[in-house]
Design a protein around this ligand. Structure first.
Ligand code: 5AD
Ligand code: SF4
Length: 482
């Protein structure tokens, strides 16, 4: 990204500014000096690798970390064991996410022993759990830098603290109401970008750790969001993904409250922007106004991710989801009336404490009634500190596995049927990349989020083109540009 600050002209002999983002500009300038000095000593560039676990929110945060590192002068190295600075941006939504991080840290420790310049940093949701930080302090002394989700904007400052000392630097905030704008960020794709519209979550679904690790809900000022999107569009972006744990409650905490639907109306007006996506919607907050905007919009993509989590009202209540199966199905009807060809996707948890076979049948019933284009299915994972973790009747592994397999089969059968309906139609597709398996093909995405592979070359990347869909292969199409 073009970032118009001349870091070499910032006077780092003066005291650091108190105000943000100027304070971070100062630390980026300072880190640049340190990096240059090391580069001169060793006769090569210093490299970094940011590895992202988890959701799109984390992916966006990693772009921010990358932007800061590039301004500091680090060069990207795709293989983490060869990099001089490795950052793990972690997830903790399910237990196995934590296990994966611990496993990979062992490997990194071996790589670090071979490279005296190597630094390892950990950030993201997992770091907001006090037990994790205790474990790192005790058993993972080779880690250089640990920070959380609330102070990611301080990355440059923390890196300088580490460069100036020989100790492990740990900085975790419990919560924040702070949103720092105007820091560098490096996009993974030139033509599409995630845009945070809000941070945190106030819903406290009883199984979920997110409200504890991402803090209370806070919305970005609409003017800052619009300004960011306008800059992105000027820089070649045609599609944005508006990001928040619960985008439907956007704007409630603003000094001048504004609804998500109103925000969408404003974003729609941005000239040059072609597509708008958003993630994630909570059924309890999905308003009629939003459905109306989706029906009228020329830019909002025909895809809604609407996590249902479970079909049984008894389980939904224990999950603290605050809607019923009937209410959810009504919403689905309303959306399909307003946007007939919309693609619906969802998240489902199986094996929540106390789930009976009858409850599970209710989940299958929702899947059959809604006929999702696709669904992310999860086995319930016990997260310490959440209300569900201490609920009675945790379900045995064997029973959960059996339900999970049956659910997956149902979801697959339906999505294969649903996805095939566009065969022989012409669809507008945003070309994203050269095909991974066949370099004579490109891969693009339809408005409804389905992938299409068709003959083309790299000059098409970032362009919206019309494609005739010839065959459906379950979750993607093969086609031809028209
Ligand atoms: N166990 C299993 N799945 C979970 N999710 C959130 N918390 C848990 C948990 N403890 C799932 C939900 C959510 C998605 C991002 O992850 O389905 O929508
Ligand atoms: Fe977790 Fe529920 Fe918030 Fe989603 S809405 S992040 S599932 S607490």
């Amino acid at each position: 990204m073009n970032f118009n600050i001349d870091f070499d002209n910032i006077d780092i002999t003066e005291a650091e500014p108190v105000q943000e983002p100027e304070r971070q500009y100062y630390f980026i300038a300072k880190a640049r000096k340190y990096v240059k000095k090391i580069e001169e000593e060793i006769g090569r560039s210093l490299t970094f690798c940011v590895t992202t676990f988890g959701c799109q929110m984390n992916a966006r945060d990693s772009e921010k970390l990358t932007g800061i590192l590039e301004q500091i002068g680090y060069v990207e190295e795709p293989e983490e064991e060869k990099a001089d600075l490795v950052i793990y941006n972690t997830c903790t939504v399910r237990e196995n996410a934590n296990q994966r991080v611990y496993g990979r840290l062992g490997q990194l420790n071996r790589a670090k022993k071979k490279n005296p310049h190597m630094m390892i940093g950990l950030c993201g949701c997992m770091m907001q759990e006090p037990e994790v930080v205790e474990k790192l302090k005790k058993s993972y002394r080779f880690i250089d830098l640990v920070f959380g989700t609330h102070n990611i904007f301080k990355f440059a400052e923390l890196l300088v603290t580490r460069m100036e000392s020989e100790r492990m630097v740990i900085d975790i905030w419990k919560d924040t109401d702070k949103i720092v704008e105007d820091l560098p960020s490096e996009r993974k794709y030139s033509f599409k970008s995630g845009v945070n519209i809000m941070f945190g979550c106030n819903n406290f679904c009883s199984y979920c750790i997110v409200p504890y690790v991402r803090g209370r809900e806070r919305s970005r000022n609409p003017r800052d969001i619009i300004r960011e999107i306008e800059h992105l569009v000027a820089d070649g972006v045609v599609e944005v993904m508006l990001l928040g744990q619960n985008v439907n409650s956007y704007g409630k905490s603003l000094d001048e409250p504004m609804s998500f639907a109103q925000l969408l109306r404003e974003i729609e007006k941005i000239e040059g922007l072609e597509r708008i996506r958003f993630m994630t919607s909570h059924p309890k907050d999905l308003s009629d106004e939003l459905i109306e905007v989706m029906g009228e919009s020329k830019k909002i993509c025909k895809h809604l991710h609407l996590p249902v989590q479970a079909g049984s009202n008894r389980i939904l209540e224990k999950m603290n989801r605050r809607y019923t199966k009937e209410h959810y199905l009504e919403l689905v009807d309303k959306i399909r009336k307003a946007v007939p060809d919309i693609s619906l996707t969802t998240d489902i948890i199986v094996g929540f404490p106390g789930e009976t076979e009858e409850d599970f049948q209710e989940t299958l019933d929702v899947v059959r009634k809604v006929r999702y284009d696709s669904a992310f299915t999860f086995i319930y994972s016990k997260r310490t500190g959440t209300p569900a973790a201490v609920m009675e009747q945790q379900i045995s592994e064997e029973v959960v596995k059996d339900r999970f397999d049956r659910l997956l089969k149902e979801v697959h059968t339906i999505s294969e049927e649903v996805c095939g309906v566009y065969t022989d139609t012409i669809q507008n597709v945003l070309v994203e990349s050269i095909n991974d398996h066949d370099a004579s093909l490109v891969t693009g995405r339809m408005s409804n989020n389905l992938l299409v592979h068709f003959p083309g070359d790299k000059t098409l990347i970032g362009k919206l083109v019309d494609v005739k869909l010839h065959t459906c292969k379950g979750f993607y199409y093969l086609g031809e540009m028209v």
